[in-house]
Design a protein around this ligand. Structure first.
Ligand SMILES: CC(C)(COP(=O)(O)OP(=O)(O)OC[C@H]1O[C@@H](n2cnc3c(N)ncnc32)[C@H](O)[C@@H]1OP(=O)(O)O)[C@@H](O)C(=O)NCCC(=O)NCCS
Length: 232
C-alpha cells in the first residue's frame, strides 16, 4: 500500500475532527499501536546493561552449579521470556489505564473543550475507515502549553506520512489556540515516534523518568519516559 500511495495511485486521506461514531475504531487503532510496542522494547531491553548482566550471570551460575549447558540455556531462555512479559506488562498497563480514562469517552474528554481536541485520519473513497488518531489538551499545570498525546497510525498505513500530518495538525491547533509551546511524552523504546517528533522540531527535554508506578520494570527493561518540547 505504501509504494502505491507514494506513486500517487493509492488511497487518499483526510484529517478531520473526531465524531461520536469513530469511538470503536479510534480505540482499536490506539490499542494496536500500544501493543505493537512490546517487541521493539524487548529488543532494546535485551541490550540494556542491567538485563544483559543479569542474563549472563544467571546462565553462568547455573552452568557452574550443574555443569549442564542445557540447564544454563533453559535458564537464559526463561529469563528472556520473563523479560518479554515485563515489556508487555509496561505497555499493557499503560493501555488499560488509557482505555479506562480518556479513551473511554473521547467526545466528553476532548471535544468542545477549550484547549483540547481529537483528530482522526480517514481513508477517502470506497476503502473508508480510520487510519490514525491524535489528541491535544492543555498540559497539566502549564497554561499556554499544548500537550500532544495518543498519536497512533494503523499498522497497514505506516510510512505514508500520516503520523506527520496528525502531528502537524496538533501544532497548527496549538498555534491557533495561542499556545507558546507543545509538549509530549513518549518512551525511550519508541524510536519511530521519537524520530517523527524530532523531524518536526521537537527536542528531548527529559528521558530518565521511570514509567509511572513501574520504577523496577523501567530499570530492568531500560524503558523510560521521554519528554519532548517544541516552541510553536
Ligand atoms: C510513530 C507512528 C505514529 C509513526 O507514524 P507513521 O505514519 O508511520 O509516520 P510517518 O510516515 O508520518 O513518518 C514521519 C517520520 O517519522 C519517522 N519514522 C516513521 N517511522 C519510522 C521508523 N519505522 N523508523 C524510523 N523513523 C521513522 C521518520 O522521520 C519519518 O520521516 P521520513 O518518512 O521523511 O523518513 C507509528 O509508527 C505508530 O503508530 N506507532 C505505534 C504507536 C506509537 O508509538 N505512537 C507514538 C505515541 S508517543
Amino acid at each position: 500500500m505504501a509504494a502505491a500511495h507514494k506513486a500517487g495511485e493509492g488511497p487518499r486521506f483526510t484529517v478531520r475532527p473526531f465524531r461520536a461514531g469513530d469511538l470503536l475504531e479510534a480505540r482499536r487503532i490506539f490499542s494496536e499501536g500500544a501493543m505493537d510496542l512490546p517487541w521493539p522494547a524487548f529488543r532494546r531491553a535485551v541490550l540494556s546493561p542491567a538485563a544483559s548482566c543479569l542474563l549472563l550471570a544467571a546462565g553462568a551460575a547455573v552452568y557452574v552449579a550443574s555443569w549442564s549447558l542445557a540447564w544454563a540455556a533453559l535458564t537464559v531462555a526463561t529469563l528472556l521470556a520473563l523479560l518479554y512479559l515485563a515489556c508487555r506488562m509496561v505497555f499493557a498497563n499503560y493501555l488499560r489505564e488509557m482505555l479506562e480514562t480518556d479513551m473511554a469517552d473521547i467526545e466528553g474528554t476532548y471535544m468542545g473543550r477549550p484547549g483540547a481536541g481529537f483528530w482522526v485520519v480517514e481513508e477517502e473513497g470506497g476503502g473508508g475507515g480510520l487510519r490514525g488518531v491524535v489528541a491535544a489538551q492543555e498540559a497539566e499545570g502549564e497554561p499556554g502549553c499544548c500537550q500532544l498525546l495518543r498519536l497512533s497510525v494503523d499498522r497497514r498505513c505506516r510510512g505514508l506520512g500520516l503520523g506527520r500530518r496528525l502531528t502537524r495538525r496538533v501544532l497548527e491547533f496549538a498555534r491557533n489556540s495561542g499556545c507558546r509551546e507543545c509538549v509530549l511524552h513518549t518512551s525511550t523504546a519508541q524510536l519511530p515516534a521519537i524520530r517523527l517528533y524530532q523531524a518536526q522540531g521537537f527536542r528531548v527535554t527529559r528521558e530518565d523518568e521511570p514509567m509511572p508506578g513501574l520504577a523496577l520494570l523501567s530499570w530492568v527493561t531500560n524503558i523510560y519516559q521521554c519528554e519532548m518540547r517544541l516552541d510553536v
